[in-house]
Design a protein. Structure first.
Ligand code: FES
Length: 185
């Protein structure tokens, strides 16, 4: 599930921007601070930033979409970035991705329902000698092995197991309902 903050508190954003008011050169700082609060720069905040820093809206939009560290949609409070570039691909990146995806219970491009972890792939992390490698926020996990993944996310492992049981139970009960609706001969 990709997520977007369902509501944004414009008063809170204005509060963040108070110390940057009328200072166009502080745009990046202002955007980073907003992102640290919302895990993204909500689109609805762009015009407030433009107004307070006295910048064209297009300039604010261009900066948010230019820097990889900024995003208009939430990527989760913490990011898992799995390299699927050539060196990592040759050393089993797809299996690492599958293991992380299974452990977190989300697919590439999604974030966990609590908004804590986002999972994405990248084409190179600049650490090919460590392949297969992925990053958890700013930390490199070198020579990653699928069997080690659950241990890196112990809480998530328990949650994923629980989710799986719940979905299996739901499938089981829906099959039971189908059975009761089936015509009898
Ligand atoms: S290809 Fe994975 S770090 Fe370069």
């Amino acid at each position: 599930m990709s997520a977007q903050p369902s509501t944004i508190d414009l008063a809170r954003i204005s509060g963040i921007l108070r110390r940057y008011r009328g200072q166009p050169s502080m745009l990046l700082n202002a955007l980073q601070e907003i992102q640290s609060v919302y895990t993204c720069v909500p689109p609805g905040a762009l015009y407030v930033v433009a107004r307070e820093l006295e910048l064209p809206l297009s300039r604010v939009f261009n900066v948010v979409t230019f820097y990889a560290a900024l995003s208009l949609v939430s990527r989760g409070r913490h990011q898992v970035r799995i390299c699927v570039g050539t060196a990592c691909h040759l050393r089993g990146a797809e299996k690492v991705l599958a293991a992380v995806s299974k452990t977190l219970g989300i697919r590439q491009g999604d974030i966990t329902p609590d908004g804590e972890l986002g999972l994405e792939t990248v084409n190179c992390l600049g650490a090919c000698a460590l392949a297969p490698v992925f990053m958890l926020d700013s930390k490199y996990i070198a020579k990653a092995s699928p069997k080690d993944i659950p241990g890196l996310f112990p809480d998530r492992r328990a949650e994923a197991a629980l989710d799986q049981k719940v979905s299996q139970a739901q499938v089981g009960s829906s099959h039971g309902e189908e059975g009761s609706d089936a015509p009898t001969r």
